[in-house]
Design a protein around this ligand. Structure first.
Ligand code: SF4
Length: 236
C-alpha cells in the first residue's frame, strides 16, 4: 500500500503531526510541502482565500495537480473570484470551490439581511466553517497560508500541527515567512496575487467584513474592523 492510499487512525495522524512539527520547524516551505506530498499524496490539499497564490504555487511544485480548496462564501470581491479563475486557468492545480448550503438570499430569508453585521460568528459558521468541514472530509492533511507575523493570534502557528477540531494534520509551510518573503517569492516566480493587494488591502476576506488597512496597522486589522472578532473560526 502506498502512502497515498494509506489509512491512518486519528492517533497516528496526531503523532505524525506532532513529530513533523518538531522536525520540520527549520525546513524550507517547499521541503515542508514535499514532505506533505510524500506522506499524504492525494489525501492532502491546500486551502486558499485567493489573497495570493503563493502556497498553491509552492504546493504545485511539490505535488503537481494538487487540490486547491476555495471557499466561495457568496460575499467575495469580484477581484477574488477573478483571482480564483486565473489560478485555475494558469496553474498546475485542481481548484475545488466549496459553497455554503444556502445562497446569500436564502440565508437573508431565514436569518434576516446582513447577518454579518449582527452576528458575524454565526455568518462565518454557516458560510465558512461548515462548508470547509464538509469539504475537508476526504483529506488527512490541509495546508494554509497562515503566517506568524500576521497578528498576535497567529504568532505561535506551527509549521505542522494538529487540527483538533477537524482531526487532521494542518500544515502552514510559510508560517515563518515575513511579508517581504512573500513579496520576494511572488516577484521571483510571477505568482498571481489579488489586485486588491495593490489597492490598500493587506488581507482579503468577504467584502462586507474587509476594509483597507491604515499605516502602522497589522495585516489583519482590516478584517472585521471595529469588532473584537479577529478570526473566522477556520483556524481557531
Ligand atoms: S467574513 Fe463576514 S460575510 Fe464572510 S462569512 Fe464571515 S461574517 Fe459572513
Amino acid at each position: 500500500m502506498t502512502a497515498v492510499q494509506e489509512e491512518r487512525t486519528t492517533e497516528e495522524l496526531k503523532a505524525l503531526a506532532e513529530r513533523a512539527g518538531r522536525e520540520l520547524e527549520d525546513a524550507s516551505a517547499l521541503d515542508i510541502l514535499r514532505w506533505a506530498a510524500g506522506t499524504f499524496g492525494s489525501r492532502f490539499c491546500v486551502t486558499s482565500s485567493m489573497e495570493d497564490a503563493v502556497v498553491a504555487h509552492l504546493a504545485s511544485r511539490a505535488l503537481p495537480g494538487v487540490d486547491v480548496v476555495f471557499l466561495d462564501t457568496g460575499y467575495h470581491f469580484e477581484e477574488t473570484i477573478g483571482t480564483r479563475d486565473a489560478v485555475e486557468a494558469v496553474m498546475d492545480v485542481n481548484v475545488i470551490t466549496l459553497t455554503p448550503r444556502q445562497t446569500v438570499a436564502e440565508q437573508d430569508a431565514e436569518y434576516g439581511p446582513k447577518l454579518h453585521d449582527r452576528d458575524p460568528d454565526l455568518c462565518c459558521a454557516l458560510r465558512k466553517v461548515k462548508p470547509l468541514e464538509e469539504g475537508l472530509k476526504g483529506y488527512q492533511a490541509w495546508a494554509t497560508g497562515l503566517r506568524r507575523d500576521e497578528s498576535e493570534t497567529r504568532a505561535n502557528t506551527p509549521v505542522v500541527g494538529w487540527d483538533e477540531k477537524r482531526g487532521k494534520v494542518k500544515i502552514s509551510p510559510i508560517a515563518k515567512w515575513s511579508q517581504e518573503d512573500v513579496q520576494t517569492y511572488v516577484a521571483e516566480h510571477g505568482v498571481l496575487t489579488n489586485p486588491l493587494l495593490m489597492d490598500g488591502y493587506a488581507s482579503v476576506g468577504c467584502a462586507p467584513c474587509t476594509r483597507r488597512v491604515l499605516e502602522g496597522e497589522d495585516a489583519r486589522a482590516g478584517r472585521w474592523a471595529g469588532r473584537s472578532k479577529t478570526e473566522c473560526g477556520l483556524h481557531g
